[in-house]
Design a protein around this ligand. Structure first.
Ligand SMILES: [Zn+2]
Length: 304
């Protein structure tokens, strides 16, 4: 395929509007070498336009050692699970043996947490067949390994923690979730959203002199592992198409690692910033990102 063909506009996977090519990144997770990203002029979704199949994605996750990933983010993961449990208690509107389905439950951390906190909620998982699902089953958890559309039960809540950015067909997944809700049920999801800094670098990435720093930022936001970066509008459209009527989005800061580690990994190793510059930058970024709340990079969304 020629470079010209590769960069042709493609349809937005949320609203189907023709979306021009915006930037290209090197693929750090296998083939193809280059990944083309597009931005929808209607809903603002930034998404991978380079074709990738379900099978290629499944192979990518099979090869990824996610147990180490979970260990690295363990302290923040625990805080996040606490927050989710608090939200669940507020969201569940019935006392009649409520149940929630954790889509993409991984090693079952959330189900275990729900169980340990004695919330009176039954947690059930959905995960691709493989080592993660087997680990959950060995611990006695109830896990489905079929596609969501084939699950027979319905639930008071469907949970999706950092899943919506990984799937090829988010509209379909949201529709399947809604089809599995009992009356009064809800979909609760966490996913990366476009914040002020994302918008800035999405604009700068086409300007000579800013390309390198913009690509370094954007590589942390989209890849074959994060197929799209949501806007609030894209989320509302996608959930609306699935039949949800009441959609509430909270915009929050979420860092999986301490800020120092991000600066070291991305600015230090990739942009070769000297040590003294990194030391100077950390307090500046702390003020900008955390105290001034400009890095509201996560959407926590409830839909009914
Ligand atoms: Zn769109």
């Amino acid at each position: 395929m020629s470079s010209r063909d590769r960069r042709d506009a493609v349809s937005c996977k949320v609203c189907s509007v023709s979306s021009p090519h915006r930037f290209t990144l090197r693929n750090r997770h296998g083939m193809p070498d280059l990944l083309d990203f597009h931005i929808c002029p209607n809903c603002g979704l930034t998404f991978l336009g380079t074709p990738i199949s379900e099978r290629e994605l499944a192979a990518l996750y099979d090869n990824k050692n996610s147990e180490n990933h979970y260990k690295a983010i363990d302290p923040t993961l625990n805080l996040k699970m606490d927050r989710v449990c608090e939200d669940l208690v507020d969201l569940i509107e019935t006392d009649d043996s409520p149940s929630v389905l954790d889509v993409g439950c991984g090693y079952g951390h959330l189900i275990e947490k729900i169980e340990n906190m004695n919330l009176g909620i039954k947690g059930i998982g959905l995960e691709l067949p493989g080592v993660r699902a087997e680990t959950c089953k060995r611990q006695g958890m109830q896990i489905h390994t079929c596609p969501l559309s084939e699950v027979r039960d319905s639930f008071n809540g469907v949970l999706m923690l950092d899943v919506a950015e990984h799937v090829l067909n988010p509209n379909g997944l949201f529709k399947d979730s809604r089809d599995h809700l009992k009356d009064g049920g809800f979909l609760y999801l966490h996913t990366p959203r476009r914040c002020f800094w994302d918008s800035l670098f999405l604009n700068l990435v086409r300007i000579p002199g800013f390309r390198s720093v913009s690509r370094t930022w954007l590589e942390t936001r989209v890849s074959t592992l994060h197929l799209h970066l949501w806007t609030d509008r894209a989320l509302e459209i996608s959930l609306g198409k699935a039949g949800f009527k009441m959609i509430e989005i909270q915009r929050e800061l979420e860092l999986s690692w301490p800020l120092e580690l991000y600066v070291d990994s991305y600015l230090g190793r990739k942009l070769y910033l000297p040590k003294f510059m990194k030391r100077l930058l950390i307090p500046v970024l702390r003020i900008l990102f955390i105290h001034m709340r400009t890095l509201r990079n996560k959407a926590i969304c409830t839909a009914r």
